[in-house]
Structure formats: structure tokens, C-alpha cells
Design a protein around this ligand. Structure first.
Ligand code: DNO
Length: 356
């Protein structure tokens, strides 16, 4: 198991590589070329530069999150092959730079969705939160503005202004895209990536939809166990795999994360581990990683990973904003560092106990 932290790159992140290097047990980062747009080919030089910067700080690139998939591929436009070719070239360049894990999602228009970026918890920390009534009464345009106005000046991953400026156009593109069509387009895309992934040993880890249901009437297809298994089966190759995100799958309390881990044994190279607190069936907020601060049993989740022979990459996910830190909501240093230590502690205890 390799413990990592997400890092958005110099100029995009308030957290430095030097700070990450000092979190005990964190040996790598999950990063990206944050200034690229979905659909673009990444040059080998840019990847090489990023890698050199990370390595000079005594860390490694443990994976890329994300190489985003453009809407033409998701809706299956006539020109999608051109963008798939760019994606393949990007994977080839990553492979040549010895990077073998890539995260992506297949959510239409919006990436993860929250209605609040700084809900105050009883201890005075602030967290990301979601309320379904708010979503039901909001115009998607306002949603976009409220995310951007409250992000402490950072561009939130998945909410890039250029793309979302064309919201109307995007909704138009998805008008005839049903769940079935979206799924078929995903399978088409993944099959085309087969040769390059096999050549370079690259794993394409899909990020589940967050929240795990349809928002704004758009289809969502990676929401729970059955749908994940359907995808893993549709392209039944080790390169087609799951980025187990406990916080995303966990938005739906009916998703049994431990059961999903067992069902996907061998196909989870990467896990985002974080906790949530359910308030009502229509409202949840994020919490500290510690089990008792939220509604999820983190011990059981880490134990299931251990018992299924997980040997991939873990990162703590969204942290609370604490101790006066100003950072991208969910992505400050302090609470994620606490999360990494806690998860490392669970892993050490479970592995020693199991080996006894
Ligand atoms: C939210 C993240 C997502 C994730 C993408 C993967 O904080 O979990 O933005 O990185 O959906 O493509």
C-alpha cells in the first residue's frame, strides 16, 4: 500500500511538495497538468517537467488525477475519435514517463457536486456539504456561480470556468444521451484504450459519480455495485478498473462499501478514503476521516481492502478546513495530513494483527 496526497501543482495549490514530504508515511502525490483542457493531448515534455519537480522534492508521482474526458467522447459525437486519439497519445506519454495509474470520470457536465463549500460543524471547522432540496430549487447556472464565488479564489477541480461558461450548449449536447447511451460511449472509449494501456501497463481507474445519483436530470452511470460490476465486465481486462471513492459511493447510504470492495477484488488499484455524516436522507456533510466523526466505519473499509489483497495507492480525500487555513475547499493541508496519519495507523494495526 502506498499513501499519497493529491497535489494540484505549483501555482494551483496552497500546499507545497515540501509540506507533503513531511507528512509521515506519505511517499507520493496524485497530480495532474491542471492547465490542460479535456480533449487536449499532453506533451511528454510537460509530463517530464512535472515529474522532475515532484522527484526533486523527494516524492514520486503515484498516479494522475485526472486526465479528464471531454464531452465529445461522453456524448459520442461524430468527431469523438479525434479526441480519443489525443487521449491515447497522452497515455502513451505518461507510460513513457513511467506513470501507470490514471483516474477519470464519466459524469456529464458537472464533476462532483456540492451545495455548500464551507458549512460550519459543531467544532468550528468547515466542510463541503450537499442538500438535495437546494439542488432541486437551483438553476445550474447559479450552482456554478456559487461554487466559484466560494472557493477561496481557487479553481475547483471539475468546475473550470471556460467549460462551464457554455452551460447551455453543454445541456443541449446531452439532450438525447440516455444512461444506456452514456454507458455504451464509455465502453467504446475504454476498448479503444486497450492497446496503449496493455503496452504500458496503465490502469484506467474510473471515479464513481458524486453524489451517486442523477443531478439536474443528467444521466449518471457509476453509482453503485451493480453498475460498477457491469462496467468491469463489459471490458473485462485488468486495465479497466475502479477508483474506490468511499465519499462518493457513500453519499448513498444503501451502498455497502465493504461489499463493493469484496465484489471488485483485484480491480481496485486506487482508493480515496474519506468519511461523511448523513443528517437526513437528503442532506449530508463531509467529516473528519475518523469513524466516530461521521457515519462510515473506516476500520471496516480499510480492513476489507487489506483482506482482499489491496496493494495499490490510497489517498485521504476532502479534509475539513481547520486551524485557520485558507486553501481550496476540501484540499487544505492540515486535515488531510491528519487523515493520512489515521489511515496509516489503521493499516499498520490491521496488517500486524492479520499477520500475527
Ligand atoms: C473531487 C474529486 C473529483 C475527482 C474526479 C476524477 O474532489 O474526487 O474531482 O478527482 O471526478 O475525475
Amino acid at each position: 500500500m502506498e499513501m499519497t496526497l493529491r497535489w494540484f501543482g505549483t501555482g494551483y495549490d496552497s500546499v507545497t511538495l515540501q509540506q507533503i514530504r513531511q507528512i509521515p508515511g506519505v511517499t507520493g502525490v496524485i497530480t495532474t497538468l491542471y492547465n490542460t483542457k479535456p480533449g487536449e493531448e499532453w506533451s511528454r515534455e510537460d509530463i517530464h517537467k512535472l515529474k522532475a519537480e515532484v522527484e526533486a522534492a523527494g516524492l514520486k508521482i503515484s498516479g494522475i488525477e485526472s486526465v479528464n474526458v471531454c464531452d465529445a467522447i461522453k456524448v459520442g459525437s461524430p468527431d469523438r475519435d479525434k479526441y480519443i486519439d489525443n487521449y491515447i497519445k497522452t497515455l502513451e506519454h505518461l507510460g513513457q514517463e513511467d506513470i501507470h495509474l490514471v483516474v477519470y470520470n464519466f459524469m456529464p457536465i458537472f464533476d462532483w457536486t456540492r451545495t455548500e463549500l464551507a458549512r460550519v460543524r459543531p467544532d468550528g471547522s468547515t466542510v463541503l456539504a450537499y442538500n438535495q432540496d437546494t439542488v432541486d430549487n437551483i438553476d445550474p447556472n447559479n450552482m456554478f456561480d456559487s461554487i466559484n464565488d466560494n472557493s477561496n479564489g481557487f479553481v475547483m477541480p471539475g468546475w473550470e470556468p471556460e467549460r462551464l461558461a457554455k452551460l447551455q450548449e453543454l445541456f443541449e449536447m446531452y439532450k438525447d444521451v440516455t444512461e444506456e447511451k452514456l454507458f455504451d460511449n464509455l465502453v467504446y472509449f475504454l476498448k479503444k484504450l486497450g492497446p496503449v494501456c496493455k503496452k504500458y501497463g496503465i490502469k484506467m481507474a474510473i471515479h464513481p459519480d458524486d453524489p451517486a445519483w442523477s443531478v439536474f436530470g443528467l444521466p449518471r452511470i457509476i453509482t453503485g455495485k451493480e453498475k460498477i460490476l457491469k462496467l468491469l465486465k463489459a471490458v473485462d481486462e485488468p486495465y479497466n478498473c475502479l477508483n474506490l471513492c468511499t465519499g462518493s459511493l457513500g453519499t448513498n447510504p444503501n451502498n455497502d462499501i465493504v461489499d463493493i470492495i469484496y465484489a471488485c477484488k483485484g480491480r481496485i488499484p486506487f482508493a480515496h478514503i474519506r468519511n461523511l455524516k448523513y443528517n437526513t436522507p437528503r442532506d449530508f456533510e463531509e467529516a473528519a476521516h475518523l469513524s466516530s466523526d461521521g457515519s462510515m466505519d473506516m476500520f471496516k473499509i480499510v480492513q476489507a481492502l487489506y483482506k482482499t489483497g489491496f496493494d495499490g495507492v490510497i489517498r485521504p480525500d476532502h479534509g475539513r478546513m481547520i486551524w485557520g487555513e485558507v486553501a481550496m475547499p476540501g484540499y487544505g493541508l492540515y486535515d488531510r495530513a491528519l487523515g493520512a496519519c489515521y489511515l496509516n495507523g489503521l493499516w499498520e494495526a490491521i496488517s500486524k494483527e492479520e499477520k500475527r
